[in-house]
Design a protein around this ligand. Structure first.
Ligand code: FES
Length: 149
């Protein structure tokens, strides 16, 4: 926590970068962490919460060990990403935004992963998998489960 804040020398203009690093370190933004950031950067806590809720890449609840992001941006949506999201949701037994009971997977819907030409696009732990069919996405999930069990 202190290392992350010190890395940016307490610079309030680096607030988003600090939140990104904290989110990656804790897999979410604990309230205690936001309180410390607020204090160290002299930024109101409410402002940090506004930023944390505005950007979909931040989590205010603990995430699972592995994060699956399904892009529902326009380019991916027109190529069927909604059906991929539904299929993964069924396989995992959770809705988008939820984490499996064993804490292994969090499923998220995101608006754009910045690689629209690869749609429909799914990212698992920040690794992009593009041009997926429903079947390929399901196989990818099963392979990932096997690999990380
Ligand atoms: S719309 Fe899916 S990556 Fe941009």
């Amino acid at each position: 926590m202190e290392q992350i804040i010190d890395k940016y020398r307490g610079d309030s203009t680096a607030m988003i970068a600090i939140l990104h690093d904290l989110n990656a370190a804790f897999r979410y933004l604990p309230r205690e962490a936001l309180e410390i950031v607020s204090d160290r950067l002299s930024v109101p806590l409410s402002y940090l919460y506004s930023a944390a809720t505005f950007y979909r890449s931040f989590d205010l609840e603990p995430c699972g060990e592995h994060e699956i992001q399904v892009c529902l941006g326009t380019a991916c949506h027109v190529r069927g990403s909604e059906r991929i999201l539904d299929a993964l949701s069924r396989r995992l037994g959770i809705k988008p935004g939820e984490t499996t009971a064993d804490g292994k997977f969090t499923l998220k819907r995101v608006n754009c992963l910045g690689a629209c030409a690869l749609g429909p696009l799914v990212s698992i732990d920040q690794k992009h998998h593009g041009h997926l069919t429903i079947h390929q996405a399901e196989r990818l999930l099963e392979a990932y489960k096997d690999e990380h069990d």
